[in-house]
Design a protein around this ligand. Structure first.
Ligand code: RFL
Ligand code: PHB
Length: 392
């Protein structure tokens, strides 16, 4: 088959890119190794920055998000048994975040693609990229046992951290920067109404805990654990006991308890690929960079990348301009490194360390007190958390 842009991966990055390109009259084909059902039910991110919400609204994808998404104007930090509110909207001139599950965004994107008869192949295998340094790259894959070839002008590698696209860039061209943390998150979904209106990030001597939500009837909670934690050792009762211990506070607030419907362990990593492009291949989202989830930046970065890439491809097809494509990586990496630093900062401040000297934990506590008491420090946190505005 022939298309203008072959898109590898149907996560938020790949699906949104195909949608933004279609709005500009650019044809694309999306291929995905997983099933549609898997993609639509994979529970991951939940926090959308203002710029992400604006991008989805401008692309005509915001209807259900506006109805069901939960607008939050602040977050809370809980330490030494006290809750401290950071009023993000007041500190950032009215910006806010929206809590709306990543899988809901993915569902909205797949529905929009189907409405426009967009070519989406799920359950593909044996994906490989070829001739990326020529002006006629190809993508090979098998689908339902049949070998297929896509002839295209450009390839977008949106296949996440474990995809194959990044590996198509020769090792002598690629530089990678990485940090693996000695922490992981045990995450649960519970059928329980959220007992607070905003997210609560808790630093406790036994470990970090996060209170979040997905809807008026579903609470999302996380506990710091070991990267090699065995989920089998975590009965529902043990999870709740640990959560209640870490959230203990003088105001008597606690998350509401309810049946646990999902449990998983997520390791934490920071990772950046430079450059994010090679010949006619452009990497976007987790394929190019990973952040630990503490800053809630991963999906937002994926959206920012494909927003930039769609504009650059539009300039190429509409005005025969190649400069935006040439500058894609440099442009994206500015935002990526800011988000990397913020995620690293939030992760280090909020997770007590069990293998460094106690000195380090005293520094973390000092930092928490500083961001909760100094307007300047709180503003910096808030500005990064709600997301920096896109350049015009
Ligand atoms: P995805 O979502 O991983 O999608 C990549 C897709 O590519 C497919 N694929 C392939 N397809 C074709 N050929 C191949 N060879 C392929 N190999 C893989 C995969 O099956 C998949 O469908 O990457 P994308 O689109 O770049 O999106 C990135 C986000 O998913 C990720 O950054 C966020 O989930 C990170 N994240 C959060 N981000 C936020 O912005 N806010 C949050 O609050 C937030 N919380 C989180 C998170 C991630 C978490 N986990 C589980 C890692 C919380 C958690 C717990
Ligand atoms: C979530 O709701 O899944 C969530 C919220 C905030 C984070 C990470 C994850 O920092």
């Amino acid at each position: 088959m022939r298309t203008q842009v072959a898109i590898v991966g149907a996560g938020p990055a790949g699906l949104l890119l195909s949608h933004l390109l279609r709005l500009q009259g650019i044809h694309s084909v999306v291929i995905e190794t997983r099933s549609r059902d898997y993609c639509e039910n994979r529970v991951r991110a939940g926090v959308l920055e203002q710029g992400t919400v604006d991008t989805l609204n401008e692309a005509g994808l915001g209807e259900r998000m506006q109805r069901e998404g939960l607008l939050h104007h602040g977050i809370e930090l809980l330490f030494e048994r006290r809750r401290h509110r950071i009023d993000m909207s007041e500190l950032t001139g009215g910006r806010a975040i929206t809590v709306y599950g990543q899988h809901e965004v993915v569902r909205d994107l797949i529905a929009a693609a189907q409405q426009h008869d967009h070519t989406l192949f799920f359950d593909v295998a044996d994906v490989s990229l070829h001739d990326l340094k020529t002006d006629h790259p190809t993508v090979l894959f098998t689908h339902a046992g049949v070998e297929n070839r896509i002839d295209c002008d450009y390839v977008a590698g949106c296949d996440g951290f474990h995809g194959i696209s990044r590996g198509a860039i020769p090792a002598d061209v690629l530089r990678t920067y990485e940090r693996v943390y000695p922490y992981a998150w045990l995450g649960i979904l519970a059928d329980a109404p959220p007992s607070a209106d905003e997210l609560v990030y808790a630093h406790h001597e036994r470990g970090f805990a996060l209170f979040s939500m997905r809807s008026p009837s579903v609470t999302r909670l996380y506990l710091q654990c070991q990267p090699d934690e065995n989920l089998a050792e975590w009965s529902d009762d043990r999870v709740w006991d640990e959560l209640f211990t870490r959230f203990e506070n003088d105001q008597g607030w606690l998350p509401a308890r309810g049946p646990i419907t999902q449990k998983s362990v997520t390791p934490m990593r920071s990772f950046v690929t430079e450059p994010m492009q090679y010949g006619r291949l452009f990497l976007a989202g987790d394929a190019a960079h990973i952040v630990p989830p503490t800053g809630a930046k991963g999906m937002n970065l994926a959206v920012a990348d494909v927003r930039t890439l769609s504009k650059a491809l539009a300039a190429r097809y509409r005005d025969a301009r190649e400069d935006l494509l040439d500058g894609y990586s440099t442009h994206c990496l500015e935002r990526v490194w800011r988000a990397e630093h913020f995620s690293y900062f939030m992760t280090n401040m909020l997770h007590p360390s069990f293998d460094e000297t106690p000195f380090v934990n005293r520094l973390k506590m000092s930092e928490l007190k500083y961001v909760s008491s100094s307007q300047a420090a709180a503003r910096s946190l808030a500005e990064n958390y709600v997301g920096l505005p896109f350049a015009a």
